[in-house]
Design a protein around this ligand. Structure first.
Ligand SMILES: Cc1cc2nc3c(=O)[nH]c(=O)nc-3n(C[C@H](O)[C@H](O)[C@H](O)COP(=O)(O)OP(=O)(O)OC[C@H]3O[C@@H](n4cnc5c(N)ncnc54)[C@H](O)[C@@H]3O)c2cc1C
Length: 490
């Protein structure tokens, strides 16, 4: 089938260049932080009109680490407000406003209901949410929702002592797709990015790279190495805190997510979720992880805890088997104390060997962290801040609105329903017509027509090589419970 050609050329060309060229900056790790730094440097060099040779290598598929398996929220973090971490909340809410603007197809407003029990809690959380509103930009302010209205919106809620709820806003994100978009914008501005390339031993001027598909090793020359390996970093290693989620058939009756503080003051989310909106995502836990970063699974204790909380918030969930579960690791700054309270602040620094290291932080703040890292990685380009004002791959609010308005015409052009085309716009933004162009006449690979087209596109343009690359990165179908597809043979 000729649609393999593009993929082989893309990855093989990147590897050819990694083998033969020298780089100013080589980034290790294709999660959100590595991808963000690659995009920032590539755009900065373009604006400065100065040559800067950038490479990024990822040992599995891009975004296959923590960045694709998180809670999918772009949020200030109510729990950080409770910990009086005002700096983090303010920065995260500023970034939320920026991401809503530069990636409007992937980052969208999400309303929350925070059930409250008793007058004291109503006043306490109201004060907190007033502070949240003060830092917040671009989304509605919080409001008190009377009990009768909450029960009408969410008839399945348990919580017999609830007296009212607070409604507040944050945003949700298609996390792995945001990582891919950062990688592809870096690539289209000259960066060389390749997956399934593991970085090994490094010296000041070179890194040993292992092509895990061809099973070959070679040395790549680089003046500066950026370590964005997150949970896999070592010397020093981050504090690894595991977070797990359960995925259930949809429990939320409204489009509001539920935020619930347990008796220990830990926040849990029940998010209407899934590509077709027919799931509820429940999470997360916070457990210090002692094992390897390559071996991360939900434990029986975590399943028990999440199901118990689900039973409290949505009693009907007790009779429903989870469809899926996924876990990942928070790479946090090393601090003492409980895993829940460990700081989410970040640190970007040169280690004793001159490697630029990125540790800690949140998905929400990746763009600001990338800007800080790029300032250190390429000071010769000057303090050019370009990523906050540049729509990601051209996905401005206007471009997305125009595509949605053109939905019926473009859908007809590709023999799709309007809703199917708009779905592609919500996943791929301005690339939706290109994906629509890959949709076959009938379903294949065990997938619907539209998903089969997405698989063709992922293989041809997104370097997807294995079923999990499609199920957990290009899409969230695998995280939602789909485990088997007929991945096309070469
Ligand atoms: C359960 C959970 C829920 C979360 N929810 C949210 C949320 O809702 N909102 C939010 O803002 N933040 C959230 N976070 C935090 C956020 O997701 C992380 O801070 C962020 O994704 C970390 O990104 P990263 O790029 O540093 O790490 P990763 O995404 O893990 O990327 C590191 C990459 O490096 C690669 N790598 C490792 N070693 C090598 C090597 N030798 N060679 C090549 N590549 C290598 C790995 O394969 C991996 O892809 C959550 C975290 C967890 C654990």
């Amino acid at each position: 089938m000729n649609f393999y050609d593009g993929r082989l050329t893309t990855r093989e060309t990147a590897i050819g260049r990694l083998r033969s060229e020298g780089f100013d900056v080589l980034i290790i790790g294709g999660g959100i932080n590595g991808a963000g730094v690659a995009r920032d440097l590539a755009l900065r060099a373009k604006v400065a009109n100065r040559p800067l040779k950038i490479a990024l290598v990822e040992k599995k598929h891009f975004s296959s680490g923590t960045s694709g398996k998180n809670s999918h929220l772009i949020h200030g973090g109510l729990r950080y407000l409770k910990q009086f971490d005002f700096h983090l909340v303010r920065e995260a809410l500023e970034e939320r406003a920026t991401l809503l603007k530069i990636a409007p197809h992937l980052v969208t407003p999400l309303a929350f209901l925070l059930p409250l029990e008793g007058v004291f809690r109503e006043v306490y959380y109201n004060v907190g949410l007033i502070a949240y509103d003060r830092f917040s930009r671009g989304l509605p302010r919080h409001r008190r929702v009377p009990l009768a209205q909450v029960r009408e919106m969410e008839p399945g809620l348990g919580l017999p002592k609830m007296t009212a709820a607070a409604e507040y806003y944050d945003a949700e994100v298609r996390s792995a797709r945001l990582v891919l978009e950062n990688i592809f914008e870096a690539q289209s501005n000259g960066a060389v990015c390749a997956n399934y390339i593991a970085a090994g031993r490094r010296t000041r001027a070179s890194v040993e790279l292992h092509d895990l598909i061809a099973k070959e090793s070679f040395a790549a020359r680089a003046k500066l190495i950026v370590d964005a390996t997150g949970p896999w970093a070592h010397d020093p290693s981050p504090r690894l805190v595991r977070g797990s989620h359960l995925v259930l058939p949809r429990l939320n009756a409204s489009d509001h997510a539920i935020a619930y503080f347990d008796q220990q003051g830990r926040i849990l989310f029940f998010i209407p979720w899934g590509e077709r909106g027919d799931r509820t995502l429940i999470g997360t836990t916070d457990i210090d992880h002692a094992g390897s970063a390559d071996d991360v699974h939900i434990s029986n204790d975590e399943i028990h805890y999440l199901r118990e909380m689900a039973g409290r918030v949505f009693p009907s969930s007790a009779a429903i088997e989870p469809l899926a579960a996924f876990s990942s690791l928070r790479p946090l700054l090393v601090t003492g104390g409980s895993a829940t309270r460990a700081t989410r602040e970040h640190r970007i620094f040169f280690d004793s060997e001159g490697v630029l290291r990125i540790t800690g932080g949140k998905f929400t703040t990746y763009r600001a962290m990338s800007e800080e890292a790029a300032n250190l990685a390429a000071p010769e380009l000057g303090d050019i801040r370009v990523t906050a004002e540049t729509p990601l791959n051209g996905n401005s609010i206007e471009a997305i609105d125009d595509l949605r308005a053109e939905g019926p015409r473009l859908a007809a052009k590709f023999s799709l329903e309007t809703a199917e085309f708009v779905f592609l716009v919500n996943q791929y933004g301005v690339r939706a017509p290109a994906v629509a162009g890959c949709v076959p006449e009938t379903g294949e690979f065990g997938l619907s027509r539209v998903d089969a087209g997405r698989l063709r596109y992922a293989v041809k343009y997104e370097m997807a090589r294995f079923p999990a690359d499609f199920l957990e990165v290009s899409t969230t179908l695998g995280l939602e419970g789909l485990s088997k597809i007929d991945f096309p043979d070469e």
